[in-house]
Design a protein around this ligand. Structure first.
Ligand SMILES: Nc1ncnc2c1ncn2[C@@H]1O[C@H](COP(=O)(O)OP(=O)(O)OP(=O)(O)O)[C@@H](O)[C@H]1O
Ligand SMILES: [Mg+2]
Length: 266
């Protein structure tokens, strides 16, 4: 069981279809991709269509920002990447198809930080929250302790190990949520608005941390200054679709694009 598996988010019936042999063959041609999403469609149980044919490829080591207005479908897309929500389409992580039988491996590969940290933190103490994933993978007690302390150190929260998770401020919880995935050392970090609610110093430390981490990253955010500073590639979503995908420097200078999708020039 993984961290994501045990969150209070509802997991609807899995509907992932087994890839056809043609799909499997095309997977082998894209082994170098860390993330490969093709024509993903998803509707919530109430019938709301949230993803309308999203395709996105991310190379190993690439850091990509995901932006777009409220309700664009950014969080919905992220929740698909480790099978918490399941739409129709094809998806793979490091060449491994996201299908029901692969979910334990997929969840070890995808370090997903939820938009709302209360969906991620459920143990009494910060230490236990960060230790949860490594413990369930079966690391020794010493290894777990080392991973927890290293992850807390990376987010500047070493002093918080024995604090009660549910008593922390939103910004503190956010940083602990990032630590819970860093402790797992995943292949790809999928961070949903990691800088939201952080004070300027914590935001600056987060930016520095994300810059230094070698992981492949997909980071959703409304913080366009962070995007301009940190990400050379930017994907814009609106109304359940990818409406632009390209160099950040180009897209952030495209006034018509910014205007059409509710983004501000920074
Ligand atoms: N559980 C749900 N049931 C029905 N509709 C939902 C549910 N969760 C989200 N939606 C809808 O799906 C659409 C996409 O929502 P999503 O949370 O993915 O947007 P987002 O791009 O992450 O927005 P934000 O910037 O506000 O975080 C929205 O219209 C939202 O109202
Ligand atoms: Mg969201």
């Amino acid at each position: 069981m993984t961290l994501q598996h045990a969150t209070p988010i509802e997991t609807p019936e899995l509907e992932i279809q087994n890839p056809t042999s043609e799909a499997r063959n095309s997977q082998s041609a894209t082994q170098n991709l860390s993330l490969d999403v093709r024509e993903l469609h998803f509707s919530y149980p109430d019938g709301h269509v949230a993803l309308r044919g999203v395709s996105l490829q991310i190379d190993r080591g690439e850091k990509v920002a995901l932006v777009g207005p409220n309700g664009a479908g950014k969080s919905t897309l992220m929740l698909q990447l480790n099978g918490i929500l399941t739409g129709k389409g094809r998806m793979s992580i490091g060449g491994l198809p996201v299908v029901k039988e692969n979910l334990p491996q997929i969840r070890a590969r995808v370090g997903l930080v939820f938009q709302n940290p209360d969906d991620q933190l459920f143990s009494p103490t910060v230490f236990e929250d960060v230790a949860f994933g490594p413990l369930h993978i079966g690391y020794s007690e010493a290894e777990v302790r080392e991973r927890v302390m290293r992850a807390l150190d990376l987010v500047g929260m070493s002093a918080y190990a024995e604090r009660l998770s549910h008593h922390l401020s939103v910004g503190e919880k956010k940083r602990i949520a990032v630590a819970t995935v860093l402790a797992m050392d995943p292949e790809i970090l999928v961070l949903d608005e990691p800088s939201a609610g952080l004070d300027p110093r914590a935001r600056r430390s987060l930016i520095n941390l994300l810059r230094e981490l070698p992981h492949t990253m997909l980071v959703s955010t409304h913080d366009l200054l962070m995007v301009r500073e940190l990400f050379t590639r930017m994907v814009v979503m609106d109304n359940g679709q990818v409406v632009a995908d390209g160099p950040t420097a180009t897209l952030l200078n495209d006034d018509a694009l910014l205007e059409a999708h509710g983004l501000e020039r920074v």
